[in-house]
Design a protein around this ligand. Structure first.
Ligand code: NAD
Length: 246
C-alpha cells in the first residue's frame, strides 16, 4: 500500500478519471475525501472506497466557488486533521471555434479548470507548509501542450495549469511540497460524450496504441506521483497519450 494513512482530496471524483483515482487511492491505503459538484454520484464512489476498506468522505463542492472550496477543505481538515495530497482533477469543456465562443463558455471553463485549481491549492497550502510535506497534482491535458481546434478556453486553462505547476513547484519545493501535472491524451470518460463518433475514430487512429486511454491508466500515474516512490519528481508534466503526439 503506497499511500497508507495519507489524506487525499480528489476533486471531480464522481466519475471518469476522478472516480478511478479515488478508488485507486483507496486501494493504496489512502483516506479519501471525494469532492464533486454532483453530490449524489460522489456518494457511490465513497461507498466503493469504503468497500475496499478505506476511510472515505464525500463532499459537495463547486470548484468555481472560492468560499465553497475553502469550506470543503476546512471540513476535510476538521474530519481528518491533515491533507497530504490534493488532486486537482475537476474539469469541464465548453467547446466552440474562436469566432463562435461566447464569453460565458470562456468564463465557465476558466472558472472551474483554472480558478478552481487556484482556489483549492490556496486552501490546502498553509496546512501542507505546516506539515512540511504535501503533494499537489494538477490535471492538464495534451491540449495544454499542443492546443486543439475548438478549445480556446480549455487550452488556455490547461496551459495555465502547467504554469501553476511550474511556478508552485519552485515556490513550494523548498517547503517539502511536490507539485506535478498529468497531461492525458484521449481517455474514455463521459467528458468525451459531446465528441462525435467520427472524431473519436479519428483520434483513435492518431494514437500509435490504436485505442483511447482508460481512467485507471491515469489514476495509476496520480497514485505513483502521490507516493514516496516519486519523491524526486517535482515540476514535471507527465504526458500519457499512448504516443498520440509523436
Ligand atoms: P468527466 O467529465 O468524466 O468528470 C469530471 C468530473 O468533474 C465530474 O464528476 C463533474 O461532476 C466534476 N465537475 C465538473 N465541474 C465541477 C465543479 N464546478 N466543481 C466540482 N466538480 C465538478 O471528466 P474526465 O474525463 O474524468 O476528466 C477529468 C480531468 O482530466 C479534467 O480536468 C479533464 O480536463 C482532464 N482530462 C481529461 C481527458 C479525457 O480525454 N477524458 C484528457 C485530458 C485531460
Amino acid at each position: 500500500m503506497r499511500l497508507k494513512g495519507k489524506v487525499a482530496i480528489v476533486t471531480g471524483a464522481a466519475q471518469g478519471i476522478g472516480a478511478a483515482t479515488a478508488l485507486k487511492f483507496a486501494r493504496e491505503g489512502a483516506v479519501v475525501a471525494a469532492c464533486d459538484l454532483n453530490a449524489e454520484a460522489v456518494k457511490s464512489v465513497v461507498g466503493a472506497c469504503r468497500e475496499l476498506g478505506a476511510e472515505a468522505a464525500g463532499l459537495a463542492v463547486d470548484m468555481a466557488n472560492r468560499q465553497a472550496v475553502r469550506d470543503m477543505v476546512a471540513k476535510v481538515l476538521q474530519q481528518f486533521g491533515r491533507v497530504d495530497v490534493l488532486v486537482n482533477n475537476a474539469g469541464i469543456t465548453r467547446d466552440a471555434r474562436l469566432q463562435k465562443m461566447t464569453q460565458e463558455q470562456f468564463d465557465d471553463v476558466i472558472d472551474v479548470n483554472l480558478r478552481g485549481v487556484f482556489h483549492a491549492t490556496q486552501a490546502v497550502v498553509d496546512c501542507m507548509i505546516e506539515q512540511q510535506a504535501g503533494v499537489i497534482l494538477n490535471a492538464s491535458s495534451v491540449v495544454g501542450i499542443y492546443g486543439n481546434y475548438g478549445q480556446t478556453n480549455y487550452a488556455a486553462s490547461k496551459f495555465g495549469v502547467i504554469g501553476f505547476t511550474k511556478t508552485w513547484s519552485r515556490e513550494l519545493g523548498p517547503k517539502g511540497i511536490r507539485v506535478n501535472a498529468v497531461a492525458p491524451g484521449f481517455i474514455d470518460t463521459p467528458i468525451l460524450a459531446t465528441v462525435p463518433d467520427e472524431v473519436i475514430e479519428k483520434m483513435r487512429g492518431q494514437v500509435p496504441l490504436r485505442r483511447l486511454g482508460r481512467p485507471d491508466e491515469i489514476a495509476n500515474i496520480y497514485a505513483f506521483l502521490a507516493s514516496d516512490e516519486a519523491s524526486y519528481i517535482n515540476g514535471a508534466v507527465i504526458e500519457a497519450s499512448g504516443g498520440m503526439t509523436l
